[in-house]
Ligand binder design. Structure first.
Ligand SMILES: *Cc1c(COP(=O)(O)O)cnc(C)c1O
Length: 378
């Protein structure tokens, strides 16, 4: 095992998760695969290809640069850019041919000028803020003003859909349902206005798609679920989701320490017995937060061992017991399966007081991503 720290990404798991979502939402609802933030740390290009191959109808990213990265890789699927776009980013966003989300008439004008200059028509979706309190117009009438501005800019701009985004689809479903009710009048108004154009209405993220059937509409924007992580930060198996990413390293050294001796910066672990410490060459430079100090397990040889002491930039230390049951070179699993043992991104997230999304996004560029399909080369 030559690689010090490696993220194994099972594209077959991503394909199964996409297919599971497609079955869940039914044939009239498109699955849009959300691949922002480098596909939640999994690698946007490889994940996009796998998701499209499994029947995702479109992709979504957050930024213009993310859109350009996919285009540069030759991915020409329909693409939605979810985030706010600054003037500096506008030329790249327009050049990507992605659908752009609008909620501001001044931005619509900026977009019209940019699209005209680029000599290409642009599709836009209007966004209504129904309770997340982030992006989107606050009221229905403002949304209609934005829609009229888009229609006035035809044929340079074309309205092709409308969206909202849930604050609590992973928790309070009553609030999510109330948001959906606030979205309904916009859907009605636009259907009436649209005279035959086909508009696409969408509201649900992964949690909404799984838990709120009424929110599925024309399309669901599924991120975390396609990676096989649980939007509710529980066990992904509860929704038959299959984690796609395994984070692995190896045992670089094993040494005996005596009672009173310590490991790591700041001496956060002092042995109270004779034991063995294995040093694993993965640390916060690879995306393992320092906050895991004395509060994490790793899997070696199908067994759990506790992390002892501080997380350094490049290493962690693990107590492998008085009899040193592990050897230099053995595989170490931080996230993933090892024999009968399993550690999920959700479990790490719970120790850190965060969600699996953040744990996955933290895995840094220093960690190569290696792709396979159920163990076969991808
Ligand atoms: C990130 C994002 C999603 C995907 O959310 P998941 O919980 O990962 O499914 C959907 N919609 C918008 C607007 C987003 O920003």
């Amino acid at each position: 095992m030559a690689v010090r720290a490696l993220a194994h990404v099972n594209l077959a798991a991503i394909e199964r998760n996409v297919k599971l979502l497609r079955r869940t939402v039914g044939p009239r609802t498109e699955v849009c695969a959300v691949v922002k933030a480098d596909a939640y740390g999994h690698g946007a290009v490889a994940v996009s290809r796998a998701a499209l191959g499994a029947g995702a109808g479109s992709l979504a990213v957050a930024t213009a640069n993310e859109a350009m990265e996919l285009r540069a890789a030759g991915i020409d699927a329909p693409l939605l850019i979810l985030g706010a776009i600054s003037s500096e980013e506008l030329p790249a966003a327009v050049a990507s041919g992605g659908t752009i989300v609008v909620w501001d008439t001044r931005f619509v004008e900026e977009l019209r000028v940019a699209a005209l200059r680029a000599g290409r028509p642009l599709a836009v979706h209007v966004k209504l803020d129904t309770g997340l309190g982030r992006l989107g117009t606050r009221s229905l009438s403002e949304a209609i003003d934005v829609v009229q501005a888009v229609r006035a800019a035809a044929p340079v701009l074309a309205l092709t859909g409308a969206m909202t985004h849930f604050a609590t689809a992973d928790g309070d479903l009553e609030f999510a349902a109330a948001q959906l009710q606030r979205f309904a009048p916009l859907v009605e108004r636009l259907r009436a206005l649209a005279d035959g154009e086909r508009l696409r209405f969408h509201a649900a993220n992964s949690a909404g798609a799984l838990r709120l059937p009424g929110a599925r509409l024309d399309m669901v924007r599924a991120g975390i679920a396609i990676y096989g992580a649980d939007p509710m930060n529980r066990d992904p198996a509860e929704h038959a989701l299959e984690p796609a990413l395994a984070l692995r390293s190896y045992v670089a050294a094993v040494k005996q320490i005596a009672p009173g001796e310590s490991t790591g910066y700041g001496r956060h672990f002092i042995a109270d017995r004779q034991t063995h410490i294995a040093t694993i060459p993965i640390g916060y430079g690879d995306g393992l937060p320092r906050a895991l100090v004395n509060n994490c397990d790793v899997l070696i040889g199908g067994r759990r061992y506790p992390l002892r002491g501080m997380v350094s930039m490049d290493n962690i230390t693990v107590d492998v017991g008085p009899s040193a049951a592990v050897a230099v070179g053995e595989l170490v699993t931080l996230i993933g399966l090892d024999g009968p043992e399993r550690q999920t991104a959700e479990q790490l997230a719970q120790r850190l007081g965060t969600i699996s999304y953040e744990v996955l996004c933290l895995i840094s560029r220093r960690v190569p991503r290696s792709y396979h399909r159920d163990g076969e080369p991808a």
